[in-house]
Design a protein around this ligand. Sequence first.
Ligand code: S3P
Length: 175
Amino acid sequence: MVTPSDKLPSLSEQNIVLTGFMGIGKTTVGKCIAELLARDFMDTDNVITSRAGKSIPKIFAEDGEAHFRLLERELAHELVGKGGLVIATGGGMLVDNSSREAFLAHSFVVCLDGTPELIQQRLANSKDRPLAANWREIFEKRREIYAQIPVHVSVEGNTPEQTAKEIIELWRSKF
Ligand code: S3P
């Protein structure tokens, strides 16, 4: 008999999911991991913008942040049922309790960390992030939420490839 847990991907088949603050490098590191593991890569912001047919600033301006968060939550729950992907999430996706819990239960989730100085540098020229202007306040508010992710990797002083390799080693050590 096939039980629901039989249908869940085994650990080696689970999605590798990157979270962490905006600008930390989830997309660059995620692409690197995908290349090293010959897996498909997905960036949740890209999926949302291509489905909506408009940019994130436009979604925020025309439909509101709450609508963007709803699209994120729907996508998170859709992706939980898939396997074998490397997924770079938008920095707010796993702030949502139900999305975070769903990913944590069914994927290998890694939170990328960096200092406020690094974030500031990375966001200095950001034009496509509606929340970039308030990043310090949001950074403080999200600290405790990101702290609930069991696996953290610092990007400080590392190239994206070094960070990617560190994540792959951690992931392999789990099975
Ligand atoms: C957001 C992060 C962005 C994007 C949106 C909101 C956030 O993605 O999803 O602008 O709330 O942290 P990145 O983390 O890729 O910048």
